[in-house]
Design a protein around this ligand. Structure first.
Ligand code: RET
Length: 326
């Protein structure tokens, strides 16, 4: 019934229908006001070349350490093996980074405060080379193992030191991907720094005490190489570009960066070059120094009661290949 009435009414009073010609022409209205274009902070030519150079340097160091290991008997090759694994791992991670892998773009939203108009926001995409953290998870425990063995630290202390070191690297990774305007980045960064202090407190205290028991010559060398390591390692979190910016300093940072467009681009390159120098010093130069000093210092020999050459608790066990006098 109602439908019939409605039908009749609409036939009697037809409603005007909109046609293309009858509509006033209006320009499309944007639903979102266009903001500034996002900025991309990515590696440039200098950064990419540096990654390839360090890849080659790490390969050369690995080959050099391997040749050095051939000059000593198997049971004296522990430091050589550990140190070669360190530079080989670095070579792999540098190959990944140089060939464009092991990197992600991290989105950052920076707020610019204005006095009289609403705040504006800049979107920045910055490259984070997460391959470094994979590398550090493997190599930093091995570097500490080198130092722990040199000092003659106990297994228990070494495990605590290594676990703290792994916590340092992984929480550092979370800090790198954490958002800047929340507690996330700062929280992880602080935890990572505490773990870092724990590592060096352990190395200095227990490592130092154990090294003293091995005589003056070894103690002197341990102090030098541990201090060298401590100084270099401290430079990693001190890197300007990896230090998270607290929200109230954001303005200063964005205005400094705003001076030149190129400055943003250079910052990923600067980070790559700074890490490259540190990595070569902390891995290749460290390794060469350790192996040369070890060759001239009997006190640095690792006595694992035959574990390295024969395994643990092998007393009385049948040694494969030994019954034929080999
Ligand atoms: C991060 C940021 C968070 C705070 C701390 C850090 C420390 C990193 C270190 C890295 C050392 C790397 C080495 C590599 C290879 O040779 C993760 C940068 C404390 C100490 C020695």
């Amino acid at each position: 019934m109602i439908e019939e009435v409605l039908k009749k009414t609409s036939e009697m009073f037809p409603l005007p229908t909109a046609t293309a010609s009858s509509l006033p022409s209006v320009a499309p209205i944007p639903t979102v006001a266009p903001g500034p274009e996002p900025t991309y902070e990515v590696a440039g030519d200098a950064g990419m070349k540096t990654l390839w150079v360090v890849f080659v340097l790490m390969l050369i160091a690995s080959a050099g350490f391997t040749v050095m290991s051939w000059k000593v008997p198997l049971n004296k090759r522990l430091y050589h093996v550990i140190t070669t694994i360190i530079t080989l791992t670095a070579a792999l991670s540098y190959f990944a980074m140089a060939s464009g892998a092991g990197v992600s773009l991290k989105k950052e939203v920076e707020r610019e405060q204005h006095d009289h108009v609403p705040d504006t926001y800049n979107v920045v995409y910055r490259q984070v080379y997460w391959a470094r953290y994979v590398d550090w998870t493997i190599t930093t425990p091995l570097l500490l193992l080198d130092l722990g063995l040199l000092a003659g630290m106990s297994g228990g202390h070494m495990i605590m030191m290594v676990v703290a070191d792994i916590i340092m690297v992984l929480t550092g990774l979370f800090a790198a991907f954490g958002t800047e305007d929340t507690a996330q980045k700062w929280g992880w960064y602080t935890i990572s720094c505490i773990a870092f202090l724990f590592v060096f407190w352990h190395l200095g205290l227990n490592g130092g005490a154990n090294a003293r028991a091995k005589g003056d010559k070894l103690r002197g060398f341990f102090i030098s190489i541990a201090a060298y390591t401590a100084v270099l390692w401290t430079a990693y979190p001190m890197q300007v570009s990896s230090i998270p910016t607290p929200p109230d300093l954001m303005l200063i940072r964005s205005s400094v960066w705003g001076i030149a467009d190129g400055a943003r681009k250079a910052s990923v390159d600067t980070e790559i070059i700074a890490y490259a120098v540190l990595d070569v010093l902390a891995k290749a130069v460290f390794g060469a120094w350790l192996l040369v000093a070890h060759a001239n210092m009997r006190e640095s020999d690792v006595e694992l009661n035959g574990f390295w050459a024969n395994g643990l608790s092998r007393e009385g066990a049948i040694r494969i290949g030994e019954d034929d006098g080999a």
